[in-house]
Design a protein around this ligand. Structure first.
Ligand code: KIV
Ligand code: ZN
Length: 520
């Protein structure tokens, strides 16, 4: 990497948690959860929110449509392949957005063109021009992506980008679709496009780097150093396979290393931790303890030498402050005597805004929890509120549960389930209490999904800690992860299973988009 281009315009942060992130195997989100995430991304200062792939399902269409209405600041983007049906559907979904963006893409690499598209170079070039022109008939913000750009023949990539710009694209995205590139190579590709393609200075170049070799963030930053001014990324780096470049890592790398990357972003970094927790809860994907920026251990110092250094001067071992990313050094604990006022204050400090019935429900759950648990920590409250949000729109819900287990008896679960107003009570036995509960759910709501994962973590320390349970189900190749917390591990297990079932219902309506047809 030879030259560093400086620019005072903030790097545009394009978040695709709701589109590419949701494509992670097992990460289905309900409609309400998507709205919740979109609101937080907007508040956080994300410049573009890719809200979904409207033609892929009625659920994605509705998500893009509703997110378009609630987002105040960011551009809202809908993905489409090159076919006119896709583009028209995206245009329709984005009608209510104050800054609508259509993101249209087609593969440009030899392997994709031959095996996926069965199209030659001329046909692809024609599709690029036609798709961008069509998208421009809906909106002035049109982003064009060369899928598998990093494995595309350089001359052909330049030609495609030239046609896209000529046809009216305002953003040119360069995806490293299979996470194959390296920082130097990615730097060179962006540099080549900026130097060789006519009118390259009229558009914004964008990075979209997958993480298959663990280089997603490094490649994105190399792209920025080469002149890209938009970075596509996801919260916690979720996404297809090994995921996408992590938003929080990109943003903090740019903030902390201004000395060698003199750029800014519009992100309020103090909301990063909250966004990470929300996405983790909604998807059921735990954040690894040592994850950069938002991992539980990211600001913990274990060794004596490090602790000693930290006490003398925090700069010895800390390159950023926990508060900068929304991790509070000290947190006021709540207990059973805390009232509505303290609870509301706490929620606001943690960045939650619950009103009316949602606030009252959360307060009631907090009081129940405080009756069982002496100290209620921030983590408990986050788990409780996130559960509340997740359960709000459920089709299937638990009305009652009783479990008996112990030595010398056969574990039995008695369960009452409500599925769209149809209430059913069952009693079943199992190998253990969890098995009995899951059998009861299967009897009350028959389904063919199989259990792939059952995992329990403690939300905080101590024997009175809430249990956070994750349940992963698989049905016809679709996987979903449900999550729930409760001081009673069996209750949490039941809620987590039912949460996964609700997500499965959402995912069932989503069909894999058929192979591309250039429908005019
Ligand atoms: O990874 C990829 O190539 C994509 C495109 C649709 C932009 O997600
Ligand atoms: Zn992608």
């Amino acid at each position: 990497m030879t030259s560093i281009k400086t620019d005072t315009t903030p790097i545009q942060i394009f978040d695709t948690t709701l589109r590419d992130g949701e494509q992670s195997p097992g990460a289905a989100m309900t409609h309400e959860e998507k709205l919740q995430i979109a609101e937080l991304l907007d508040e956080m200062g994300v410049d573009v929110i890719e809200a979904g792939f409207p033609i892929s399902s009625p659920g994605d269409f509705k998500a893009v449509q509703e997110i378009s209405k609630i987002v105040k600041r960011a551009s809202v983007c809908g993905l489409s392949r090159a076919g006119f049906k896709d583009i028209d559907r995206a245009g329709e979904a984005l009608k209510g957005a104050h800054r609508p963006r259509i993101h249209t893409f087609i593969s440009t690499s030899p392997v994709h063109m031959k095996h996926k598209l069965n199209m030659g170079e001329n046909a692809v070039l024609e599709a690029v021009g036609a798709s961008v022109t069509r998208a421009r008939s809906f909106t002035s913000e049109v982003e064009w992506s060369a899928e598998d750009a990093t494995r595309t023949v350089p001359d052909f990539l330049c030609k495609c980008v030239e046609v896209a710009i000529h046809s009216g694209a305002t953003v040119i995205n360069v995806p490293d679709t299979v996470g194959y590139s390296t920082p130097q190579e990615f730097f060179d590709i962006i540099t080549m496009l900026r130097n060789r393609v006519p009118n390259a200075d009229k558009v914004i170049f964008s990075t979209h780097c997958h993480n298959d070799l663990g280089l997603g963030v490094a490649n994105s930053l190399a792209g920025v150093l080469a002149g890209a001014r938009q970075v596509e990324c996801t919260i916690n780096g979720i996404g297809e396979r090994a995921g996408n470049a992590a938003l929080e890592e990109i943003v903090m790398a740019l903030k902390v290393r201004k000395d060698i990357m003199p750029f800014t972003t519009n992100i309020n970094t103090t909301l990063l931790n909250r966004a990470s927790k929300l996405v983790s809860n909604v998807t059921g994907f735990p954040v690894q303890y040592n994850k950069a920026i938002v991992g539980k251990n990211a600001f913990s110092h274990e060794s004596g030498i490090h602790q000693d250094g930290m006490l003398k001067n925090v700069e010895t071992y800390e390159i950023m402050r926990p508060e900068d990313v929304g991790v509070n050094a000290t947190s006021l604990m709540l207990g059973k005597l805390s009232g509505r006022h303290a609870f509301r204050d706490k929620l606001e400090n943690m960045g939650y805004q619950l009103e009316g019935e949602a606030f009252e429900d959360a307060f009631k759950r907090f009081k129940d929890l405080a009756d069982k648990k002496k100290h209620v920590f921030d983590e408990d409250i986050a788990a409780l509120v996130d559960d509340e949000i997740m359960r709000g729109q459920d089709t299937i819900s638990i009305k009652a549960l009783r479990v008996e287990s112990g030595t010398g008896i056969i574990p039995v679960a008695s369960l009452t389930l409500d599925a769209s107003g149809v209430v059913k009570s069952v009693t079943t036995s199992g190998d253990g209490p969890v098995d009995a509960i899951f059998m009861a759910i299967r009897e009350a709501y028959p389904h063919s999904a199989t259990l792939q994962l059952f995992q329990i973590n403690a939300v905080t320390e101590g024997t009175d800690a809430q249990a956070s349970v994750s349940v992963r189900l698989e049905e016809n190749g679709r996987t979903v992860t449900g999550k729930a917390s409760d001081t009673d591990t069996m209750v949490a297990a039941a809620y987590a299973y039912v949460n996964a079932l609700n997500k499965l219902l959402v995912k069932r309506e989503k069909r894999a988009p058929e192979a591309l047809t250039i429908a005019r």
